[in-house]
Design a protein around this ligand. Sequence first.
Ligand code: 13P
Ligand code: SF4
Length: 319
Amino acid sequence: MALVMNGGTSYINEIKRLKEEKNAIILAHYYQTGDIQDIADNVGDSLALAQKAASNDADIILFAGVKFMAETAKILSPEKKVLLPDMAAGCSLSDSCNPADFEKFIKDNPGRTVITYVNTSAEVKALSDIICTSSNAVKIIESLPEGEKIIFAPDRNLGNYIINQTGRDMLVWNGTCHVHEEFSLEAIIKLKKQYPDAKTIVHPECELPVRMVADFIGSTSALLSFIKKDNGEIYIVATEPGIIHQMVKARPEKKYIPVPPRDSTCACSECNFMKLITVKKIYECLLNEKPEIILDKNIIERARKPIVRMLEISEKAGL
Ligand code: 13P
Ligand code: SF4
């Protein structure tokens, strides 16, 4: 049932009206709740949403996602108003890489190309040579000459996964995502016994033992493409369960089982930051045109270069 405001109008109808009136678009990440994904103009992974943020005719971009995603949109479209319905929607992975510490790490390890995952603050991006997402990380590393020495930050699991795939010389920052490092290997093994035909699909931010039992490893969009094409019927899904909304929409006849976290007092593996965004907050944000992402001009200029390099390499790679 649609959420109803005083007077009987639904938030969803009002959001539609405000979007038109203000020439606004809503970009939503796959980890948002299903109701938000369904009202968005574009739903996607970090790369697809950055690509959309870089090229659209809207005056306002409302980001239904977390702060680093909205900041990336602002950096790519500084002339637009970029709104984030709740400024507390951060990211534990981004928080694990403080700009001052990262700057020192780069200085202490000179002569390395700095590749930074998009899950970072604008300040950290400004210290980087190229940004990547989980969709294009391997392709971006492979686009560099063999033998080039690399610093990769901040996700140690994605970094180790890339080393495994490419064999490159990479110094990896010791950061993690609190959702992806918490998946229970024990629960996956139990589920595999219970559903022997199930395929285990895993995001590369997961720890090595979880990646080792995977049938397929990929970004959120890669996991979605996999279940669309694959001939399996049951999937054990080790990433934030918001993606299952799109999986059910794409292949409703299949079964998707979210992996629970190690902490048995908490039954689900939702990203508490992503889930701070609600339909009501989106409505209020569009109405009041705040909270708005404001970034220093100098940071925008410096952070833009490595993001644009990412978009150029991705385009060449057909991503
Ligand atoms: P994707 O690049 O797969 O969208 O991942 C974003 C993210 O936050 C993973 O935790
Ligand atoms: Fe950050 Fe992890 Fe949430 Fe993704 S799932 S936004 S990496 S805390």
